[in-house]
Ligand binder design. Structure first.
Ligand code: UGA
Length: 476
């Protein structure tokens, strides 16, 4: 439809907002809306999780969320419940924030989304605006509409021969994809780059515009299918940027170039932009890998050859072998070597390890016979559930402990804590001072000065003192 700035709307509907699903997206969204002054009911059918949230435990690490949760449990603006049907009846705007995991064929599994639509259908006690926040493939909104009509106890369609036509169902479906990043969820909620609202009625549009009116950013108003596609296209494009720079980094290593400088050099072009050009071990997390596959699947379903994205995924998957190859290149044989792993979370700022590249690297190194000592400031409890401690894998409580007797340190997550390492001290306790940096966190010269051999991404290998030859072809 149009692109506007959010501005106060004439619709002053302050009815309670219901958020269904209290995970990484639902909980920050619910608390953000409470902070904007709305009365929010947060529902999840996991009673144990709701119990913890009621006691002030967000159940996952996300900066600022525990504080905001405490604030709005106290203010009464946020009410966590495990009765989803009651939550649907109580709210007039209902956000769907349930999981959309992937099936084995890569397609998005929309079972939980349909289940929500059925609950809504059975609890329509007045006008409801059902809003997709979860990432869903295009035309899911149409399915939601159909599902609500279908499961609304037959009220939608009058009995054959009946003289009385049933009143039209009072609901709308909208798509309002979220762009929150884990680790920065609240920052992104309060300072979004844009808000996208896909709507099919003026009433739905006014409700959403009013809801977000306190936030100042561009508003993209469009139809539901376009909004759904914007979300998938955004995540696919960002994944593509990462795979692109990762391939450039491989080339940099071959020709003696520096990928950081290349990223800066291209990123200063406004048309390219500087973000998401950090070369490394590849992208992970709950969103990019699954959303990319779902987008590829959607394209295939509609007969569109989007093999470009298949290549993006292929490049990403090959980063594990690239990194393990780098470790092998740094220390020769892997079997029996003690390797200190710094970082397990799929990125800094979260305890999330879903689809974390670190886990795939750890699995490969373990299969190769290395002895692994792991440390992460937040993600160890989650990792311990996936990779139990064993004679080959142990968990440490500090970087110093990880470094004891190690043949190399492998840096896999860009935690702030790891930027501040006292390398000279670590060198003293290591068997061999080798650092393989999967995130290019360090200045190579500083690491060399601290007495380490340093291997990073997209930067030429260290050359021992006195053996330096300048790379490249001599100019005639
Ligand atoms: C991503 C998007 O950035 C959000 O906008 C979106 O809302 C979210 O998915 C979602 O769909 O829910 P998130 O998964 O939290 O957010 O993480 P990102 O910060 O995007 O990072 C994803 C992965 O890419 C991480 O493994 C990160 O280390 C990697 N990455 C990121 C790089 O390897 N290089 C970069 O330059 C940037």
């Amino acid at each position: 439809m149009s692109e506007n700035s959010t501005s106060p709307s004439t619709t002053q509907d302050n009815a309670p907002v219901t958020v269904l699903g209290l995970g990484h997206i639902g909980l920050p969204t619910a608390l953000g809306l409470a902070e904007l002054g709305r009365q929010v009911i947060g529902a999840d059918d996991d009673a144990r999780k709701v119990g913890l949230i009621r006691n002030g435990d967000p159940t996952f690490y996300e900066p600022g969320v525990a504080e905001l949760l405490a604030k709005h449990l106290k203010s009464g603006k946020f009410q966590p419940v495990d009765d989803v049907a009651a939550a649907v009846r109580a709210g007039s705007i209902i956000f769907i924030c349930v999981g959309t995991p992937q099936k084995t064929n890569g397609q998005a599994d929309l079972g939980q989304v349909e289940a929500v639509a059925q609950v809504v259908a059975r609890n329509l006690n007045g006008y409801k605006l059902l809003v997709e926040k979860s990432t869903v493939p295009a035309i899911t909104a149409q399915w939601l509409k159909r599902t609500i009509v279908r499961y609304n106890s037959g009220k939608a369609s009058p009995a054959p021969g009946s003289a009385l036509a049933a009143p039209p169902l009072a609901f709308d479906v909208a798509s309002n994809p979220e762009f929150l990043r884990e680790g920065k969820a609240l920052e992104d909620f309060f300072h979004p780059n844009r808000i996208v609202c896909g709507v099919e009625s003026e009433r739905a549009r006014d409700l959403l515009v009013n809801l977000y009116s306190p936030l100042k950013c561009p508003l993209v108003l469009t139809n539901t299918s376009t909004a759904e596609l914007i979300k998938h296209a955004a995540n696919a494009f960002l994944s593509m940027k990462i795979s692109f720079i990762n391939m450039v980094s491989d080339l940099c290593e071959k020709v003696g170039a520096d990928v950081g400088a290349v990223a800066r050099g291209i990123g200063l072009d406004n048309r390219i932009g500087p973000q998401f050009l950090d070369a490394g071990i590849g992208y992970g997390g709950y969103c990019f890998p699954k959303d990319l596959r779902a987008f590829i699947h959607l394209a295939e379903e509609h007969g569109v050859d989007f093999s470009l994205l298949q290549e993006v995924e292929h490049i990403n998957q090959s980063r594990v072998d690239m990194f393990v190859g780098k470790v092998r290149h740094a220390i020769w044989n892997l079997r029996g070597k003690k390797l200190g792993i710094l970082g397990l979370a799929f990125k800094a700022g979260t305890d999330d390890i879903r689809e974390a590249v670190s886990l795939k690297i750890i699995e490969t190194l373990r299969d190769e016979g290395s002895i692994l000592r792991l440390y992460d400031p937040q993600a160890m409890p989650n990792t311990q559930r996936m990779v139990p401690a064993s004679p080959q894998v142990s968990y440490c409580t500090s970087v110093d402990e990880v470094a004891q007797g190690a043949h190399a340190l492998l840096l896999l997550t860009e935690w702030e804590e790891f930027r501040q390492l006292d390398l000279a001290r670590l060198r003293e306790v290591m068997e061999v001072p080798v650092l393989v940096d999967g995130r290019n966190l360090y200045d190579p010269e500083a690491v060399h000065r601290a007495g380490f051999e340093y291997f990073s991404i997209g930067r030429a290998d260290p050359v021992p003192a006195g053996m330096h030859t300048s790379p490249g072809v001599a100019l005639k």
